[in-house]
Design a protein around this ligand. Sequence first.
Ligand SMILES: *Cc1c(COP(=O)(O)O)cnc(C)c1O
Length: 361
Amino acid sequence: MTNDRIFNFSAGPSMLPLSVLETAASEMTNYKGSGMSVMEMSHRSKVYQSIFDETKANFKRIFHVPDTHEILFMQGGATFQFAAVPLNLMGENGTADYAITGNFSKIASKEASKYGKVNIACDSSDRNHTYIPAQEDLKLTPDASYFHYCANNTIYGTEWKYVPDTGSVPLVCDMSSNFLSKPVDVSKYGIIYGGVQKNMAPAGMAVVIIDKSLAGHELPITPKIMNYQTAIDKDSMDNTPPCYTIYMLGLVLKWLDSQGGVEGMEKIKSKKAGILYDMLDNSKMFKAIADKEARSDMNVTFRTGDEELDAKFIKAATEAGFANLKGHRLAGGMRASIYNAMPMEGVEKLADFMREFEKNN
Ligand SMILES: *Cc1c(COP(=O)(O)O)cnc(C)c1O
């Protein structure tokens, strides 16, 4: 079962830890003597409730979520939150600041502009999102309802290395592609959210961590299914939650514990990214696309400068068992997504393969 797996560098959905998949497989038809699959359980049953509670408690412990904040599991992925955030937070002030550092933050800002005024606090599109603007370059609205940014730009391979200082304006962060890859001071944030299919679980939901004091001020048109206060009051079970995805998140969190939690993961992911960036910095053929100071540890974007050679490399890499290295069409070149579940070995072997390819071409 194990030896036919390849190194999958997909940007998402992406690799899950092998041990997690094996546990899920072993529990597939009969979860711990319940006589049924987790997929077949009522979300109101005792056995499912214990899976849910344990998963939420482990998330809170591992990610150090303070008691001021609530953890929500909501269907619809990160894109659902692009609408839920403004609907719940735009409030009476009606203005929100958005930092545009890539495609997803741009989509989020467009969605928000349906529900209020959006002020573009910064926009890195002048250099095709290869950098992250500095704090002093953020144009902030002093009384904005919130400030929204995307911590890791999945398509362009850049990552914020600082937490923006917005004074008393609540920080809202899309962490879809670097959630649980390092410790975060959650108390600094009004909301952290992310689709789970990059670093946490199979697709089908977002994890939302919300400062409880921000809920309950939603616009009157807010659909009930998007209302954070309802989700808090009903503990994410106003309707059927994505039961199996939550179970899988629970298994991933147990695996994360075995890796030293987010503190352990930070060391591992820095080492993995370092292997690839060192390779790129020492290569005459391959070049990293993002500015050095803004490089993402999750999505490593690079190119040769010659589109034909890029295509040749992608083809050869695919044949050698390194899948999904083609860059997003907006960024071009190649992208190696090396989320938490990518083994060290996958990164080392890819770097070796790139050196070999360079020698032969
Ligand atoms: C993948 C991704 C999204 C979109 O997530 P969905 O769950 O498909 O809606 C949004 N933001 C970022 C940063 C992403 O990487």
